[in-house]
Design a protein around this ligand. Sequence first.
Ligand code: NAI
Length: 329
Amino acid sequence: MKILFYAAKIYDKKSFDPVLKNFPEIEIDYIDHELEPRTAALAKGYDAVCAFVSSDVGAATLEKLNECGVKIVLMRCAGYNNVDKEKAKELGITVKCVPGYSPESVAEHAMALALAANRRLYKAYNKVRENDYTLKGLRGVNFYGKTAGIVGTGKIGAAMCRICNGFGMKVIAYDVYENPALKEFVEYVSLDELLERSDLISLHCPLLDSTYHMINIDAIKKMKDGVILVNTSRGALVNTNELIEGIRLDKFLGVGLDVYEEETGNVYEDRSDDIMAHSVTARLLAFPNVIITSHQGFYTVEALAAIAETTLQNFMDAKNGVKTNNDVA
Ligand code: NAI
């Protein structure tokens, strides 16, 4: 049984090949190309394709896969907002993802971004390298005793709640469902109250119609002056142009983004020689209080191993018609 693995990076092969030994019936062909309508036909003759957050798993791609007889799509990630679920269902294509492979990997990165933005570590690192030992522009605040507002308390949000609690922060949260495992130390509040009370706001809910641009200028105006905003979830939770407006209003002590609206096309590519003619990301990076990383929250040894194991098990389950909590469609 064969899987065509799209947009494969060296680290993908390094994490999947060792796990493949536990699944002797599976063969993987790794290719550089991203999955999109133009490249979907390459999957002819394969039992499944393996795709990622940067892939285009929309209707046109799914139609092409269906024409090629490919009935299984394995998402090697937790989020699946790039999948046209309705189309997949209509075509009878099974789509599975890897929820919760290592919530701590993303939550720890969220805290790293919060701390880096607060203490301007990216500036400090460069200053010292240039023999500049002054402290100008580096003043931060203590997290101890401050209020952390966590939006979305599923697997990653819960891990972030535990981390913030460990820092001695008061933890408040907003979710459409309350997580009973957190009731000892998390106070659930409305989104508006969270925006008004938090010193650190970290986003951990999925991208849905209901969460698209949930952080817009109205939300930003409700936040405290000097708030730190972190997004490790999906770029379109935040309206980038209105975030820039908020930064210009001097609302933020710091902004840490592992995801941003323009990331498709950038994710895991070297674009250092490109002229980014219309980039709002470039505008964001011009601010001294913004740090951006490129969707690396998941990128730890533990998370990669868990992704490989679950993706291959998902394939076996899909082949055997076994339904699990990992089913997207
Ligand atoms: P999860 O499904 O365990 O938790 C999501 C939570 O968001 C749930 O508790 C849900 O009730 C809540 N939610 C849904 N709608 C909401 C709304 N309108 N307002 C507030 N909360 C709402 O998901 P998990 O594993 O914690 O992942 C969260 C997100 O993190 C994923 O959707 C994905 O976009 C992102 N992610 C980012 C990674 C990275 O490398 N930066 C890696 C993995 C996931």
